[in-house]
Design a protein. Structure first.
Length: 365
């Protein structure tokens, strides 16, 4: 594809691939039950726990074939207990999705729900943890992609610590670009995906958990495909997975992890995303648009913007798409009043220059 008229994805995954990652898809035809794929699996799992220094040596990863939701669901199915309760703290679509999973797997659970976009309700969490001694786990989304809000996990994790409760995280849209201090937050397990901040292709997602959590805290999953016990045993035994893996997506993830490391790791990626966010914000604010949340409350990964009065999302989307940029609609009741721009992927200064022109054309009064 020509570099100057390629489509740039500004939706929250999949992302615009680098040439290097795209080319890795052509590495060859491999069988997932041959030793070379077992080596690749081990290599990827080792690299995944090294993305964050604090996790290396303390966490193990398993990868599975499926989108981010499959990893979150596998984590819930395999770690949310049958005989004690999980408290889900929600403020958007993805937190609410974890509630649906707990219900689908018949696991005892409670919910502390905040309206989409608002901060998580820590007072209510404290009340629940004080009151309900059946709660042993808390599940929460790190970056709520519904609005771009980065949930502040430090106080939540303190509450978990005080109550001796395990923390399960959906880090699908933060892993690789936001701080995830596993020790300070005392994370038990987290789920994430190849095709967001890691810049791989869709098809592979993964779960990281503390070594002792893998050894002692797996529960009967009530699922054949999403039973992490089988993946853990296979990938950390002979290196094989229980089911066919997306071999080419694994090539791409391996390459993307290599690229991330060479480019300076998650901290460098965060500063690149922050710079993009700032660049886009200057343009949109100059055109009279406003953010939905106060800017300092957003992740570096995605911001939500209020649609100007009388402007329809579909017109904005169509105008930007015609100029080579794909943005994302709001979900649910936000679909008419916001749009979202993600800052992930292999985007260069030329692309950003063209984006400026496209935004100015789209929102010209
Ligand atoms: C993208 C995302 C998911 C997973 O969505 P898929 O469509 O399955 O990839 C889960 N949680 C969050 C916070 C996300 O942003």
């Amino acid at each position: 594809m020509q570099n100057n008229n390629r489509t740039i994805l500004l939706n929250p995954g999949p992302v615009t691939l680098s040439e290097r990652v795209r080319n890795s898809l052509l590495r060859g035809d491999w069988c997932h039950r041959e030793p070379e794929f077992a080596d690749l699996t081990r290599d990827i799992n080792n690299r995944l726990v090294r993305v964050y220094r604090e996790m290396a040596g303390k966490f193990d990863a398993v990868m599975l074939t499926g989108s981010g939701t499959s990893a979150v669901e596998a984590m819930i199915a395999s770690f949310a207990p049958h005989t004690s309760s999980t408290l889900v703290v929600t403020n958007g679509v993805y937190g609410e999705r974890m509630v649906k999973m707990l219900a689908a797997y018949n696991r005892p659970h409670h919910v502390v729900e905040s309206p989409w976009g608002e901060v998580i309700d820590l007072d209510q969490v404290r009340n629940e943890l004080d009151m309900r001694t059946d709660i042993t786990h808390v599940a929460v989304v790190h970056h709520e992609t519904t609005t771009g809000r980065l949930n502040d996990l430090s106080q939540l994790s303190e509450l978990c610590g005080e109550h001796g409760v395990r923390l399960l995280l959906d880090c699908v849209s933060s892993f690789g670009a936001e701080a995830i201090n596993a020790d300070e937050l005392n994370i038990a397990a987290l789920a994430a995906t190849a095709n967001k901040c890691l810049h791989g292709v869709p098809g592979i997602s993964f779960v990281l958990a503390r070594k002792e959590v893998w050894k002692q805290e797996l529960v009967p999953a009530g699922s054949v495909y999403l039973d992490l016990a089988a993946y853990y045993q296979g990938q950390h035994g002979e290196g094989f997975s229980p089911f066919t893996q997306s071999v080419q997506a694994a090539f791409a993830l391996r390459e993307a992890l290599d690229e991330l490391e060479e480019e300076g790791g998650w901290e460098q990626r965060r500063s690149i995303y922050r710079r993009r966010a700032g660049y886009i914000a200057v343009i949109l604010k100059g055109l009279g648009l406003e953010t939905m949340l106060p800017p300092q409350e957003y992740s570096c990964v995605l911001w939500s913007w209020l649609l100007p009065e009388g402007t329809s999302y579909s017109d904005v989307h169509a105008s930007l798409k015609a100029d080579g940029f794909v943005i994302y609609a709001g979900q649910g009741h936000f679909s008419k009043n916001i749009f979202r721009i993600a800052h992930m992927g292999d985007i260069n200064n030329d692309d950003l220059g063209r984006l400026k022109t496209a935004l100015q054309k789209c929102f010209a009064i």
